[in-house]
Design a protein around this ligand. Structure first.
Ligand code: ARG
Length: 325
């Protein structure tokens, strides 16, 4: 259920460009507040903005696109008559992996399984938060065997023990927001998954109802940039869910249609760098204006299956770094 809008929400205003920024967030080191981004000496401001965005090193699991294809249609993006180009998909996947390792993250790979063309979307195969593991339960039979494949890899590599999801739970609908977990429902994951998530991970769960079939997983409609900053596509959510998000995040950026349509919200953020579609120009600018560093990648072949950078990475864990690299 959506939480009620609380006091701080009343102190928000819409800034030009459609971003909702709260004015009472504490200033970071150097006294910088994102909302002051248009004032003061630009160079000093840039340095301050960069300084307060401390990256967190992640470990990711990725699945090579060996068997990636669009052979069935389980979301509104997929059309088997418009197949992805194999060579191009490989190049894009390698670019994503190189981008992540180039930023200092560790990337493991899982062996792809023949007959599982969506296994490349590793984010869906399990959910790991704070070292605990929840295996996925997929909505559609085409993807169901992926769950065991990911569970096998995780167990063999020292993660777990894993809990089994009772309700349908796909990793694309579960987003770790630090103090809370965000859980999408409406197309894939059951609303009841929230109870499992809360019980296993011991964090409050904010349930968010997705209402637009093009944004069928939460991570296609929302990204968490750090514990206090998120971006989302309002049209993908019902009104109570929009209010829930506005009540939780001090800084909430609204993505426009063009950015959402290129799956611009499907990002990997380490708290400073935001690996995202280079085609989401407006969102890139807004994210940069908040002091994050957008890192563009091209995932157009995966978009034919409804996926982007976040979908292709399963987060295994993170370590906060002492200083920005
Ligand atoms: N074709 C895949 C599906 O429909 C895409 C999954 C993308 N994953 C995600 N986390 N959004 O299941």
């Amino acid at each position: 259920m959506a939480r009620r809008l609380t006091g701080p929400a009343r102190r928000r205003r819409l800034i030009p460009g459609g971003s909702l920024i709260r004015h009472d967030i504490p200033a970071g080191p150097g006294g910088h507040r994102p909302v002051a981004a248009s004032a003061g000496d630009a160079a000093t401001l840039e340095a301050a903005k960069a300084a307060r965005r401390v990256p967190v090193t992640h470990t990711f699991l990725m699945c090579p696109p060996e068997f990636f294809a669009v052979e069935y249609a389980i979301n509104a993006w997929m059309d088997p008559r418009d197949p992805p180009d194999r060579a191009c998909a490989w190049a894009q996947w390698r670019q994503l992996r190189a981008t992540l390792t180039g930023l200092g993250h560790a990337v493991h790979t899982i062996d792809p399984v023949p007959g599982l063309p969506d296994m490349v979307f590793a984010a869906d195969g399990a959910t790991l938060i704070g070292g605990k593991v929840l295996s996925a339960r997929f909505r559609w039979p085409q993807r169901a065997p992926e769950s065991a494949a990911y569970l096998h890899w995780l167990t063999r590599n020292g993660y777990g023990p894993a809990a089994e999801a009772r309700a349908v739970t796909e990793g694309g609908d579960v987003v770790d927001a630090g103090r809370v977990i965000l859980a999408g429902y409406g197309f894939r994951t059951d609303q009841a998954a929230a109870g499992d998530l809360e019980a296993l991970f011991g964090l409050p769960v904010l349930s968010l109802r997705l209402v637009n079939e093009r944004f069928y997983h939460l991570d296609t409609a929302l990204c968490v940039l750090d514990d206090d900053c998120a971006a989302y596509y309002p049209a993908a959510f019902d009104e109570p869910s929009r209010a829930t998000l506005a009540g939780h995040f001090p800084v909430l950026v609204e993505a426009e249609d063009q950015d959402a349509e290129v799956l611009g919200l499907n990002v990997v953020s380490d708290g400073r760098h935001v690996v995202m579609s280079g085609q989401a120009a407006g969102l890139t600018r807004r994210i940069a204006a908040l002091g994050f560093t957008p890192v563009p990648v091209d995932m157009s072949e995966f978009r034919k299956s409804g996926g982007g950078p976040r979908c292709c990475t399963l987060e295994l864990g993170k370590v906060r770094m002492r200083a920005a690299p």
